[in-house]
Design a protein around this ligand. Structure first.
Ligand code: OGA
Ligand code: FE
Length: 340
């Protein structure tokens, strides 16, 4: 049960996971910087970071002011919206791609049509999730609200912690119960909750082995292959040992999700639609200081994987080649056989 009785445990899905709470601090607490400096997540409370949005962005207001252009809306038969990268799918223009059909489709939709479907939705219908970068096509009222964000604070964090440029502010409008399955991004994220509640489960970069990401060439690159609703412990045995953190964000809260941290995010059940705006910052220039940090190791693994795929030209050759490099040389044969 949450401390202020705004929601209860029947509104969150039940997963068999070992999770600790993410620290919740007043946004001006000096400990915030200690956590950010060491790439630890923290929930910032009491801020004005996205205050105009928290105060004003009802669904009616968004419908009125988001603009008449089409917005990107994902459609799914289940509660899961697993992101995929179109550029990695096989097509005439992309002969090196992968044969793939996604559970989730993306469509362009006017915000008025999206809101209509949201109001008429009933259990069993396809679910919708609007995910659209805030850009120059939004109406002037939204632009004004956006300019009223507490930019001094977020920019101070960007500079102090050496993050790269702000690359996007993504707007998320979800149906209750929608879930973004576990993945990591190559960006720093200030995740500002505007309306409704989202449960966020985070895992540090060193949990890579327990979370089994798809290979980098796959359209689901950066996404865990483990289905949290029905984990296949035969295929993914180390998922049993995964250790993470969790919190529930509500209106006005801002969650810092450090770069390369895994996150699984779900809108609470039976609580109506949710609205979030994130601030995505590119990673800062990383210098290789030793000992290497866990996120740097993930980045190195990605680069090695990409390089092998590039030169070998066939994903099937990557495993045998790595095995030949390792076996009896970097790992002893016995321990290698044990991990199979
Ligand atoms: C993100 C993210 C998903 C969601 O902000 O990086 O994965 O459902 N968000 O809010
Ligand atoms: Fe993400």
């Amino acid at each position: 049960m949450c401390e202020n009785n705004k929601w209860d445990s029947s509104q969150i899905r039940n997963y068999d996971l070992d999770l600790q709470p993410i620290p919740r601090l007043h946004y001006k607490d000096p400990k915030v910087d200690e956590l950010m400096k060491t790439n630890q997540p923290v929930l910032l409370s009491g801020s004005n970071i996205a205050k105009p949005a928290v105060d004003k962005w009802t669904l009616e207001y968004l419908e009125e002011n988001l603009g008449k252009c089409g917005h990107t809306v994902y459609v799914s038969k289940t509660h899961k919206f697993k992101y995929f990268n179109r550029e990695k799918i096989l097509s005439k223009a992309n002969p090196k791609g992968v044969e793939f059909t996604s559970e989730t489709k993306s469509v362009e939709m006017k915000v008025s049509d999206f809101m209509k479907k949201l109001k008429e939705w009933k259990q069993g219908d396809d679910r919708l999730y609007l995910q659209q970068s805030l850009n120059s096509s939004v109406g002037s009222a939204i632009v004004k609200d956006f300019m009223g964000f507490e930019w001094r604070y977020v920019t101070e964090k960007k500079i102090r912690h050496g993050w790269g440029e702000l690359s996007a502010n993504l707007l998320f409008i979800a149906m209750e119960g929608n879930c973004t399955p576990c993945h990591y991004d190559e960006q720093e994220n200030l995740f500002a909750q505007i309306k409704g509640f989202k449960r966020c489960i985070l895992f540090p970069p060193d949990q890579f082995e327990c979370l089994y990401p798809h290979p980098v060439y796959h359209p689901h690159d950066r996404q865990s292959m483990v289905d949290f609703d029905e984990p296949d412990y035969i295929k993914f045995p180390k998922f049993k040992n995964v250790k993470g953190f969790e919190t529930v964000v509500g209106p006005g809260d801002v969650l810092y999700i450090p770069i390369y941290w895994w996150h699984h995010i779900e809108s609470l059940l039976a609580d109506g639609p949710t609205v979030t705006v994130n601030f995505w910052y590119k990673g800062g220039p990383s210098c290789l200081e030793y000992p290497l940090k866990d996120d740097q190791k993930v980045s190195i693994m990605r680069n090695v994987e990409k390089m092998l795929l590039e030169v070998l030209q066939d994903p099937k050759e990557v495993g045998p080649l790595l095995r030949t490099i390792l076996l009896g040389r970097y790992v002893d044969v016995q321990s290698f056989e044990n991990i199979q």
